[in-house]
Design a protein around this ligand. Structure first.
Ligand code: ADP
Length: 398
């Protein structure tokens, strides 16, 4: 069974074709600059040169159509015809309160996705456009939606309710939803498997640290709390996002300093985090370069703040879980930045966390990075959201 996984952004389409008989990645592609000048499709197949298509693609439908053509292309493709695709799994960011699981696409689901657009306009709108495009291009192929929020549907009320007037929750759905759920689910299942443990028996703190970052407390395989909230702006500091701040700062910016609410949103989402502190870059590699090679003090401070926020979140979730068995690092920074992992875990020895500095030098591969006698095990587990989406899609078909 071959499953096509689609992830539509505002001007991009990422896709992967996965053979579920052996979980083999047959092809992966990225269409960039959809709807803008210079549209480009790049498809990678193991052992072959990149296949690049540069033609105007005015919308997501055209982009997906080119992706399908690339997959069936006589010389550069990996399948003979589209009939070989058994199903399509779509990544959708926000599933609201209704869907704490993946679902097969039908009219009711599409109507509900529309309702959820207000909760995540930047993400859900392109996701819906992608589904509609695939429905038009592949009308007979079953499709599933896999939500970023779904894994956190198991959080108890005490974790997801804000101490706000209750009617804001009841009438307007204002609560914590949490994000990166597909990634947290994947790495938590994978780490249990690698450890040879039953996931039911362990407490996991999963640290997804990329451009966006979130930390999740997982008990018995279920999310019981997570650092992102009503939106992906909450929680730890990120590349350009502030994470949690005193909400009164927003009123102060508007009332005392004269910012408009759109400007505040722009500051918190796009001009904060390590970019905001340093004015250098949102990419942690640039910040590390400035801090380590150029002795830039503000870059050092940004790294310090970045790691400190994650460290204190880990402490909070150790309390929420009543003890932790394993800490997992994943995503761009979590998988690759061994210096950041050291900074985060230093000082947690009292909790039984002991890093093995040699093992910790690993980048982007599955590895145990704690010492043999560390009470809390620490792992690097590369995330694979696409494979998780494909698995969920397959399971729904069955
Ligand atoms: P996204 O949230 O966009 O999916 P990724 O998980 O791909 O992000 O992570 C991208 C980030 O990973 C980059 O911004 C970069 O800061 C970071 N990164 C990748 N490799 C390293 C490294 N060796 N050291 C520090 N940061 C790294």
């Amino acid at each position: 069974m071959k499953i096509l996984v689609i992830n539509c952004g505002s001007s991009s389409v990422k896709y992967q074709l996965i053979d579920m008989s052996n979980e083999d990645l047959l092809a992966q592609g990225l269409v960039e600059r959809v709807g803008i000048d210079g549209s480009i499709l790049t498809q990678k197949v193991k052992g072959r040169d990149k296949y690049i298509v540069q033609v105007p693609m005015k919308d997501h439908k055209e982009a997906i159509s080119h992706a399908l053509n690339a997959l069936v292309d006589k010389t550069n493709g990996v399948i003979k015809s589209m009939d070989e695709i058994s199903a399509v799994g779509h990544r959708v960011v926000h599933g609201g309160e209704k869907y704490s699981q993946s679902v097969l696409v039908n009219d009711e689901v599409m109507d509900y996705l529309e309702e959820c657009v207000k909760l995540a306009p930047l993400h859900n709108r392109p996701n819906i456009i992608g589904i509609e495009a695939c429905k038009a291009l592949m009308p007979r192929i079953p499709m599933a939606v896999v939500f970023d929020t779904a894994f956190h549907g198991t959080m108890p009320k005490r974790a997801y309710l804000y101490p706000l007037p209750y009617e804001l929750y009841e009438k307007h759905g204002i609560r914590k939803y949490g994000f990166h759920g597909t990634s947290h689910k994947y790495v938590s299942q994978k780490v249990a498997q690698v450890m040879g443990k039953n996931i039911e028996d362990i407490n996991i703190i999963s640290c997804h640290i990329g451009n966006g970052a979130s930390i999740t407390a997982i008990k018995g395989g279920k999310s019981i709390d997570t650092s992102m909230g009503f939106t992906p702006l909450d929680g730890v500091a990120m590349g350009t996002r502030s994470g949690s701040i005193d909400p009164a700062i927003i009123m102060y910016l508007v009332k005392e300093l004269g910012y408009t609410i759109d400007e505040v949103s722009e500051i918190l989402n796009k001009k904060s985090g390590v970019l905001g502190i340093t004015s250098i870059s949102s990419d942690l590699r640039d910040i590390k370069e400035a801090a380590y090679n150029n002795e830039n003090e503000i870059a050092k401070l940004a790294l310090d703040i970045f790691s400190y926020k994650i460290k204190t979140q880990i402490g909070a979730y150790a309390a929420a879980l009543g003890g932790v068995d394993v800490i997992v690092f994943t995503a761009g920074i979590g998988e690759n930045s061994f210096e950041t992992r050291i900074d985060i875990l230093e000082g947690l020895e009292y909790m039984g966390v002991h890093l093995n500095k040699e093992r910790n030098k690993v980048m982007g591969e599955i590895a145990l990075i704690s010492t043999d006698d560390s009470k809390v095990k620490v792992y690097v587990i590369p995330t694979n959201e696409e494979l998780m989406i494909a698995k969920e899609t397959r399971d729904l078909l069955h």
